[in-house]
Write a protein that binds this ligand. Structure first.
Ligand SMILES: [Zn+2]
Length: 209
């Protein structure tokens, strides 16, 4: 089993390679590696990321087959099936690091802010289920701190949404809570910058990380 802080360091190193445009080991996607993985997997991190085409977890962390257990959904929201997916990987594969990976200019968060500013009645119920999950973490910002439609508001809303998702994973599942308390599971929040390619782990890190 790979411990949480070691996993975090692997992700940081991979992201540094990605930013520097230095690719990792191609052997890790070879036929040999595929054959090895037929017998089983031990992904070292779970990533709950946004579906945005510009933020594929394996690429921005320069990882390969069998490395990451990835859940992607617009706005990196935490719905019951997402919690279940995380529980599954933690329990079955022994993965001890969960990263909620949001990103700058997130369209799902932007759409939520627009909805709060001017509600639309013709949104599909399925799309509403995403907006409705982002809404609670960002509507406070709209009321108290910022002018609507500003970049600063969007930036703050993106981080608030990442924090809320990470928090939901930490406290919305008895199973995960138990792993956190007793078995070294770590849930952190991170933001990928479309502009620079860097991932900033800004939420939930222990002091030693
Ligand atoms: Zn997004």
């Amino acid at each position: 089993m790979i411990r949480a802080l070691e996993a975090l360091e692997r992700l940081r190193e991979g992201n540094r390679r990605f930013v520097a445009n230095v690719r990792g080991d191609n052997a890790l996607t070879s036929q040999n590696r595929r054959n090895e993985l037929v017998a089983g997997q031990e992904p070292f991190a779970i990533i709950l990321g946004c579906s945005d085409s510009r933020v594929p977890a394996e690429i921005v962390f320069d990882q390969h087959l069998g490395d990451l257990f990835v859940i992607r959904v617009a706005g990196n929201i935490v719905a019951p099936s997402k919690v279940g997916s995380v529980e599954f990987a933690v329990d079955r594969y022994g993965t001890r690091l969960v990263v909620v990976l949001g990103h700058s200019m997130c369209g799902a968060v932007q759409a939520t802010l627009e909805e709060l500013e001017r509600s639309t009645d013709n949104r599909s119920p399925n799309l509403s289920s995403i907006v409705d999950r982002i809404r609670p973490s960002v509507e406070g910002l709209l009321e108290t701190r910022h002018q609507p439609g500003t970049d600063l508001l969007l930036e703050q809303a993106i981080r608030a949404n990442i924090r809320a998702s990470a928090d939901h994973l930490r406290h919305g599942s008895q199973l995960l809570e138990q792993y956190i308390l007793q078995d070294g599971l770590l849930v952190v929040g991170a933001e990928y910058s479309l502009e620079s390619g860097t991932v900033d782990f800004f939420d939930g890190l222990p002091p030693s990380a």
